[in-house]
Ligand binder design. Sequence first.
Ligand code: AMP
Length: 148
Amino acid sequence: MISLNNRALLDMPISDFIISSEKVAHVQSGNSAEHALLVLTKTGYSSIPVLDVKYRLQGLLSIKMITEAILGLERIEYDKLASIKVEDVMESEVAYLKTTDTFQRALDLVINHAFLCVVDGEEGTFAGIMTRRVILKQLKKYIYSNEK
Ligand code: AMP
């Protein structure tokens, strides 16, 4: 049985664990699905944030959302890609963190999401992402250091 002062970890601010926005691949809501498919394929990420022109979080986009939009009855209608916009196919109801949130909230949310977008201030400006990988790494470090 591992005994920890859990509060110390749970109350930690998430700010140190954020992958900052300039390192995060994203698309804009007004981009075409064709452009977005290119970004998703080239980066190899399963899902990426969608931002508006003012860098505010609008939602998430995955390859599955795009392919579902161009799936015809008998074939994939690739010719539709250029006319579909990211905002037409993205998921806009997404869980997110604020830069002021604690590790506890991130831990609660990350159970159902591989990564979470982090927003800053009243405007909801995109600050970056926090991944499940980073959270698990931090949790492991904390458990091991408290075991000794
Ligand atoms: P990872 O923990 O690196 O496997 O990342 C999990 C998920 O977070 C990826 O599949 C992406 O959806 C997202 N992600 C991680 N890093 C980035 C990044 N630099 N830019 C965009 N999305 C990312």
